[in-house]
Design a protein around this ligand. Sequence first.
Ligand code: IPD
Length: 278
Amino acid sequence: MADSVDLGKCFEIINNLTTEAGRLIARNNETRQEFVCKSGDIDLVTQTDQDVEKLIMNGIRQHFPDHKFIGEEESSTGNGVNKLTDAPTWIIDPVDGTMNFVHAFPHSCISVGLKVNKVTEIGIIYNPMLEQRFTARRGQGAYYNGRRIQASGQREIGKALVVSEFGTTRDEQKLQLVNENFAKMARKVHGLRALGSAALNMAMVALGAADVNYEFGIHAWDVCAGDLIVREAGGVVIDPAGGEFDIMSRRVLAAATPELAQDIAKELTQYYPQPRDD
Ligand code: IPD
């Protein structure tokens, strides 16, 4: 089916739509934003998240009426997460890093991946406040504002800069897990950062700025684009226990090299978030 999808046109359209939606996000990021809570008191949504998701979905529908969607905000209402099929499916996080956005902290992004036959063909992560655009098409490399990028090549855990997150839940068991892993990492790695956007964390691995990103509790829309961008930059994306990455598992580990990914996997206390995205 990939042959019957005009991926060049898809790429052009999503680039343009993210630019348009980015203007809205950047304008609204100038002041702190009103929000409502979703699954808990630190899982937030704003009017902008909803407006951006609609803008992107409607824009895509105009050109590709048969395409399917898995959108963060649509998934949190009604029927839950749409099932991933072989049909061309856009996986969308309209504002990844909503907590940052609510606080006018200029580190959030639009993250969009396109899957055809369940294979990711296109990934875009765009922070419109800082004009950072990360893009990839399968087999064609990864780019930062049009410049080809490469993961760092770091193999040594002791020299690795690691990014991870506290996540969007105050569940006691999850928080203990996060803190346990942060403590383990702090003893082993070069540096540890939590910047508040799962998608931008992956983009930093692709850029060669960070060497590792892991997180338990992410969703498909947080990591779909980042998975492709990291792999196209020569990095690896695996399950945090060391096996194959499963986009619906709510678990991710991205790293500059396979050696580093496996070393980090051995260190991590594992956590299997429920429910999965499928
Ligand atoms: C969240 C952010 C956060 C990460 C969560 C994500 P959202 O996405 O990326 O940093 O820890 O796992 O769900 O809710 O801001 O789109």
